[in-house]
Design a protein around this ligand. Structure first.
Ligand code: NAD
Length: 256
């Protein structure tokens, strides 16, 4: 018996990176997964490589598109047990804060925070009906401390708040709501910036940046019955960077 046997799962932004790794992990453990992404081809290629997965185009910026994806998952799987809010937007950080545009600010907030709200709103009645419903959203260490990217970070901090308020609302209805906050993870989103990843790795207490599978394992735990008494929490999966101040330790160490 696998942990997700008989589960119907919907993941946003799952055409590649962390979302695709979560789709693989949950399907490996028995789930039927709707791999959704605004990029239809990407979603199709990822789903084609996963047994028990299907692709569906979904733009989390568009209420009708989100509702169509949820309806499709319920129609195909007969139920929806798990929603993973993974899609996001992170505009380039301007060198000067005064040059940040309204457009980038609004887009990052809309896709990263409001997108998760849209998905949760559409999915909630089905998650209630499931009797074992769970929402796991993907936040970021940016939601906790300054790692740059003003709008994206504000949106991720908002996700932590939404996780708390929604968990209180949903708990009496049998639905759990939790947040995973990754540190730097080597995904396709970092393509062309491998040198940056190498420099970042040196700052991670556990000696490397993350892999998509590191995040998928935490999502699988929080989505599963193993976490049946856990709701409203924010779990950093970050190689220790939020806790241990490696740069400071090196600066003051008398042994280096
Ligand atoms: N990679 C990291 O270093 C890192 C660190 C912390 C948090 N995260 C978070 O992890 C999650 C996944 O990151 P990733 O690095 O795997 O991303 P990625 O850029 O590799 O993939 C994101 C996917 O989202 C899709 N997408 C973009 N806009 C969308 C929309 N409007 N609707 C639906 N899908 C859309 C893209 O097409 C893409 O396939 C995000 O929430 C991100 O903030 C990533």
């Amino acid at each position: 018996m696998e942990r997700f046997d008989g589960y119907g799962v919907l993941i946003t932004g799952a055409g590649r990176g962390i979302g695709a790794a979560v789709a693989r992990r949950l399907a490996d453990e028995g789930a039927r997964v709707l791999v959704t992404d605004v990029d239809e081809e990407r979603a199709g290629a990822t789903a084609a490589a996963i047994e028990g997965a299907e692709a569906f185009r979904c733009d989390v910026g568009d209420r009708a598109s989100v509702e169509a994806a949820v309806a499709h998952a319920v129609a195909r799987f007969g139920r929806l047990d798990v929603l993973v809010n993974n899609a996001y937007s992170c505009g380039p950080d301007e060198p000067l804060f005064e040059d940040e545009t309204d457009e980038v600010w609004a887009r990052d907030l809309d896709l990263t925070l409001t997108g998760a709200f849209r998905c949760a709103r559409a999915a909630l009645p089905h998650l209630v009906e499931s009797g074992r419903g769970a929402i796991v959203s993907i936040g970021s260490v940016n939601g906790e401390q300054d790692f740059g990217n003003h709008a994206y970070s504000a949106a991720k901090a908002g996700l932590a708040s939404l996780t708390r308020t929604l968990s209180g609302h949903a708990a009496p209805r049998g639905v759990r709501v939790n947040l995973v906050e990754p540190g730097t993870v080597h995904t396709e989103g970092w393509a062309g910036r491998e040198a940056v990843l190498e420099r970042a790795a040196a700052l991670y207490p556990l000696g490397r940046v993350g892999r998509p599978e590191d995040i998928a394992a935490a999502v699988a735990f929080l989505a599963s019955r193993d976490a049946a008494w856990i709701t409203g929490v924010t779990l950093p999966v970050d190689g220790g960077i939020l806790t241990a101040q490696l740069g400071f330790r090196r600066a003051v160490s008398e042994h280096d």
